[in-house]
Design a protein around this ligand. Structure first.
Ligand code: CO
Length: 171
């Protein structure tokens, strides 16, 4: 079953996640559930803490529309400043120009525990930074100017109330 996506601000989104140490069936199930939530929301990436699980794993979308999982990722190198329009499944319908790096070199494990190292630029580098940010407890709104961030925060608090009411009434 697809899990619900947690809306920012929420402690699970602002707390760094724990490394994955068990590469067994539980991880496969979690990745499957995250993928379902990602497809349902039509996103380009999703981190485990966005479905309420504080573990260091995410799905990352490639430019060709395919996805792969990254587990225990680390950014090894970053270069070139860019500002890109950014949004997030945990901050629905809010988009803002966000400062990022153009290129990153990333090391991560797949679901079998095997390590990979890739250099990415453009869109893929952007998704890597967004997802690894989530795993470090950082949502993109933290990179915006304080005024913009507090405006988005107000909107999200209202949305949380609305969603909470709907849930209670069973809509
Ligand atoms: Co996000």
């Amino acid at each position: 079953m697809a899990r619900d996506i947690v809306i920012w601000p929420h402690k699970v989104l602002t707390t760094p996640t724990q490394p994955v140490t068990d590469f067994g069936e539980n991880l496969t199930t979690l990745l499957d559930e995250m993928f379902e939530a990602l497809k349902k929301a039509e996103g380009i990436g999703i981190a485990a803490n966005q479905v309420g699980v504080p573990l260091r794993c995410s799905w990352v979308g490639r430019e060709d529309g395919t996805f792969f999982e990254i587990i225990n990722p680390q950014i090894l190198e970053r270069s070139g400043d860019v500002t890109l329009e950014e949004g997030c499944l945990s901050v629905p319908d809010q988009f803002a120009p966000t400062p990022r790096f153009h290129k990153v070199k990333v090391k991560y494990q797949d679901r079998t525990g095997a390590w990979h190292e890739v250099e990415a630029e453009g869109k893929l580098a952007h998704v890597f930074q967004h997802e690894i940010g989530h795993l470090d407890g950082q949502v993109f709104v933290e990179l915006l100017a304080p005024l913009k961030r507090s405006l988005i925060r107000e909107k999200m608090l209202k949305l949380q109330k609305t969603l909470g009411r709907r849930k209670k009434s069973g809509e």
